[in-house]
Design a protein around this ligand. Structure first.
Ligand code: SAH
Length: 221
């Protein structure tokens, strides 16, 4: 019997509200993206649990609450151009795409990027541009961005990326050592200055410099 995703989705949305997500636009964006299509078939029945799930290559699709929280913290407007680092399953990019003009998203695992791109096509999402590459360098050709969202944790605040923000632009990024004591940080660029706020304690996979080499363990399932 097929799963009743709509009921599961409604209880997830109720949970997100209860946990403090207030922005109706964000809740609507989460509601409009079928998370079951962004997780491996074996985990589909758990797609609307408020948990991260494995997506291959030792990576995870983030917990829905964290996706909603980061999206809310970005304060996206519909004219915005948004850069995401770490496409992964493509789920966060799909949520962002409902709220802004264009999303640019970078992924360092070719296989994950390919799957994500297929999902964007299947869902007829036309305002996401995705690319294979090392996100620690950003995507200078398409800069400046109104918003940048980093979905993998760097040991230090990736301030280099803020150079690709427009004046007044905002970046949200998890910062901290691998799997420990990470904080979600919001940075606003004003001229050469940055206003930095710590938002929440989080746990993300690491932001890894460079691209995976062929035949290394990193490149296996
Ligand atoms: N936003 C994703 C979450 C993915 S987990 C989603 O909604 O599913 C973080 C992702 O960041 C992983 O896919 C990982 O491969 C990627 N990543 C890590 N370091 C990176 C880098 N330097 N450049 C691009 N992507 C990177």
């Amino acid at each position: 019997m097929p799963f009743d995703f709509s009921n599961m989705k409604m209880s997830l949305l109720a949970e997100l509200r209860r946990d403090g997500i207030r922005d109706e636009r964000v809740l609507k964006a989460v509601e409009s993206v079928p998370r079951e299509l962004f997780v491996p078939p074996t985990f589909q029945d758990r797609a609307y649990e408020n948990i991260p799930l494995p997506i291959g290559r030792a990576q995870t699709i983030s917990q829905p609450f964290i996706v909603a929280l980061m999206t809310e913290m970005l304060q996206i407007e519909d004219t915005h151009r948004v850069l995401e680092i770490g496409t992964g399953s493509g789920y966060q990019a799909a949520v962002l795409s409902r709220l802004c003009r264009r999303v640019f998203t970078l992924e360092r695992h070719q296989a994950l990027l390919k799957e994500a791109t297929k999902r964007f096509v299947a869902l007829r999402i036309h305002n996401i541009t995705s690319r294979f590459g090392d996100g620690t360098k950003g995507w200078p050709e398409a800069a400046p961005y109104d918003r940048i969202l980093v979905t993998a944790a760097a040991p230090e605040l990736p301030l280099r990326l803020t150079e690709q923000l427009r004046e007044g632009g905002v970046m949200v990024a998890p910062v901290g050592p691998e799997r420990r004591e990470q904080r979600l940080v919001r940075v606003q660029r004003t001229g050469e200055n940055h206003r930095v706020e710590e938002l929440a304690e989080v746990r993300f996979v690491p932001l890894v410099r460079g691209l995976p080499r062929e035949g290394t363990s990193e490149n296996r399932e």
